[in-house]
Design a protein around this ligand. Structure first.
Ligand code: NAD
Ligand code: G6P
Ligand code: MN
Length: 432
């Protein structure tokens, strides 16, 4: 039977993951699931561990949930390792978002200054996990959900020298769901093609006869937007811009294509309801009160308030597809291998792929339009610099990453933000 180890097991998303595994038990016969956390997350881990066990106990399947603070015992002989951890917990995210906003810059979990600092904290830990996997479960697949998901995947491939990794995000899942509804067509009848990097990709959609439905979808999305995760404020794109590129940008492109409006909205929220991290704390509190109920044995509806809703549709389907060699079409972060012509072959990209026993086989996208090629190459350079800084702790490299990030206006303000973040996160940045 299959052994799963989940790093960051105390996450409020764990019931989502359980639901996905329960749905797929017939093709993915799991025997045990190990939820790993650290001391700071032990309380959440205990609550969600019991909740997860109740979910399985309500099924005919005999699956054992183990909670542990000892990563090694969880990784030992695991078949799949899933990661959903947050170094420094939500308090660190509050700082990632609050400090840039307090200087008039965007504060966001995966974009701009906050996203780079999340990478600085997370990449050393993921590389430790990879080293553990080499010793304890050398045949396992690493299924990463931890943000910044694309950069984490890139670090595992490039510096961890670990090929059996797939990075995931729910943005493509939510987009496909919402857009099928908008088009009034079952999802199975649509053929999608995604290309870019995590939280910075575009897609096109066709019907089964190969007819391009992208122009029609652009029109309809302009009437009524759909497919956007809960955490992203909906400023509409410029329709003529989308028509010019004939692609649908991902939700996060708003931060780049409508920089001014997104920043102003963020600053307004910061001054009134607070950062997204603070809002998430409130949602999480409500969720854990529900999880404590000894009668609750299913994923509560309230989890849909989180931006990462439906993540199990990607994670559990990826695992089942590898295990049963299903060759399912899934959007994943993986090594490019030529699928995105405008980026190096050896870097990580987020693309449509067929996922089976040998991992992801990417669907080629072809060349990007002029503007998007430029954006994407700049974003990938920024990612590579961020990852290098995360590993070396080199100040100049971190500064280069900051200066090349389109959401960080260069100069004294940005440098001060970087210094303040370095100090605020000192405990989680031993490399600097
Ligand atoms: P969370 O704050 O609940 O953190 C999850 C758990 O990780 C916590 O219990 C925490 O104690 C634990 N943790 C921290 N450091 C750890 C370590 N070194 N080893 C093991 N466990 C550790 O976070 P969350 O809101 O549930 O999100 C979890 C992660 O998933 C975050 O990185 C978040 O950005 C990411 N996420 C990704 C997507 C996506 O689309 N890829 C969507 C939503 C969330
Ligand atoms: C989704 C993204 C994640 C993101 C998260 C935030 O949009 O795919 O990568 O970071 O939601 O959700 P939250 O509810 O934590 O703000
Ligand atoms: Mn994501």
């Amino acid at each position: 039977k299959v052994k799963i180890a989940t790093i960051g097991g105390g996450s409020s998303y764990t019931p989502e993951l359980m639901e996905g595994f329960i749905k797929r038990y017939a093709e993915l016969p799991i025997g045990e699931i190990w939820l790993v956390d650290v001391k700071a997350g032990a309380e959440k881990q205990a609550i969600v561990g019991q909740m997860a066990q109740r979910m399985w106990d309500a099924t005919p399947y005999d699956v054992q949930i183990h909670t542990t603070l000892n990563r090694e015992e969880a990784l030992k002989d695991a078949d799949f390792v899933t990661t959903q951890f947050r170094v420094g917990q939500l308090d660190a995210r509050v700082k990632d978002e609050r400090i840039p906003f307090s200087y008039g810059l965007l504060g966001q979990e995966t974009n701009g200054a906050g996203g780079m600092f999340k990478a600085f904290r997370t990449i050393p830990v993921i590389l430790e996990i990879v080293e553990d996997m080499k010793r304890l479960c050398p045949d396992a697949w690493l299924i990463n959900f931890t943000n910044p998901s694309g950069m984490v995947t890139e670090a595992v491939l490039r510096y961890g020298q670990w090929e059996k990794v797939i990075g995931l995000c729910n943005v493509p899942v939510v987009a496909k769901m919402g857009e099928a509804e908008t088009l009034g067509v079952p999802q199975a009848d649509l053929i999608y093609k995604f290309a870019g990097v995590n939280h910075f990709h575009w897609h096109q959609v066709a019907d089964k006869k190969g007819r391009d439905l992208t122009p029609q979808l652009i029109d309809k999305l302009y009437e009524e937007s759909s497919g956007l995760p809960k955490n992203i404020f909906d400023v509409p794109f410029y329709k003529e811009q989308l028509q010019q590129m004939n692609m649908i940008p991902c939700g996060y492109h708003r931060y780049y294509y409508r920089f001014e409006e997104m920043l102003n909205h963020g600053l307004k929220e910061y001054a009134t309801v607070g950062t997204r991290a603070q809002q998430v704390k409130a949602i999480e509190h409500e969720l854990f009160e529900l999880y404590k109920d000894p009668h609750l044995d299913y994923k509560p509806k309230q989890l849909e308030q989180r931006g990462g809703a439906y993540y199990s549709d990607a994670a559990c389907e990826t695992i089942a597809s590898i295990y049963a060699n299903k060759n399912t079409e899934i959007v994943v972060s993986t090594r490019n291998n030529g699928a995105v012509l405008d980026l190096p072959a050896d870097c990580a990209v987020e693309v449509t792929a067929y996922v089976g026993g040998a991992g992801a086989r990417n669907v080629a996208f072809g060349p990007l339009p002029t503007a998007e090629r430029g954006w994407l190459q700049m974003m990938k350079s920024m990612e590579l610099l961020t990852i290098e800084a995360a590993i070396t702790g080199d100040y100049g490299t971190a500064l280069q990453a900051f200066i090349s990030n389109p959401l960080v206006p260069s100069g004294e303000t940005a440098t001060r933000v970087m210094h303040e973040l370095l100090i605020a996160h000192k405990a989680y940045l031993p490399q600097f």
